[in-house]
Design a protein around this ligand. Structure first.
Ligand code: DX5
Ligand code: ZN
Length: 228
């Protein structure tokens, strides 16, 4: 089985005036990667930051942390090169925002980044399927994108299960309302990349929460491999 359990804190819920040290703190607490939420106030009703911030963060945290850019923007093709230059490792764009996913996937690869493809709760997994063999990761949103701290949508789990059954070695990420209360559902459905914002960053003991999330997912992966 090619995939493994990875936990990526969403630093949207952290003290944004201290983003660099918050990223370092998350890595020290055992994060496998960092999930960075870019919002443009158009694709979603909120704004966060863009590539200048990513460039500064990369300088501040060094080359090691893997930056998964969650691009909640209307014209994802616009930011591929600037994000690559700023030090992003993976460019996760929304299928709903893209007019030509095939071309965008190619551009992201040519820029040297991995490719993630995200779907909002209202988008079916069948719409993502034609691209699944061309991407590194599928992101199944478990809230409406735009804000941290929302309630986990359990009814998105059939999408994850279906993707896992059809694409056994694909990285599948879940994002939104994921924490100790919802991780079992995500793990059973077959997600292996876990974004967690408020449950990790807002915790008094992020290290324990990250370890717990990873253990639950790793156990589900092991069980699935034994069942095969
Ligand atoms: C929501 C963002 C998420 C968010 C997750 O639009 O994409 O990454 O920060 O935060 P929690 O885990 O608090 O829902
Ligand atoms: Zn996100």
């Amino acid at each position: 089985m090619a995939y493994s359990a990875k936990i990526g804190p969403s630093i949207l819920s952290s003290d944004l005036s201290r983003l660099g040290s918050e990223c370092v703190r998350m890595m020290e607490c055992g994060a496998d990667y960092l999930h960075l939420d870019v919002m443009d106030g158009h694709f979603v009703p909120n704004i966060t930051f863009g590539h200048p911030m990513v460039e500064c963060l990369r300088k501040s945290v060094g080359q090691d942390p893997f930056f998964d850019m969650h691009m909640m923007v209307s014209r994802p093709e616009q930011w591929v090169k600037p994000m690559a230059a700023a030090g992003a490792n993976q460019y996760t764009f929304h299928l709903e925002a893209s007019t030509n996913p095939g071309n965008l996937i190619k551009e992201i690869r040519e820029s040297g980044m991995k490719v993630g493809l995200a779907i909002k709760p209202g988008t079916t997994v069948e719409e993502l399927a034609p691209w699944a063999n061309h991407i590194d990761m599928a992101l199944v949103m478990t809230v409406e994108p735009g804000f941290g701290g929302q309630k986990f949508m359990e009814d998105m789990m059939p999408k994850v299960s279906w993707l896992r059954s059809q694409f056994p070695s694909l990285d599948i990420e879940v994002d939104g309302g994921v924490g100790p209360d919802s991780i079992h559902k995500c793990a059973e459905a077959g997600a292996n990349m876990i974004v967690s914002g408020s449950a990790v960053v807002g915790s008094e003991d992020p290290r324990s929460v990250i370890a717990l999330l990873r253990t639950v997912v790793a156990e589900a992966i092991q069980k699935r491999s034994l069942d095969r």
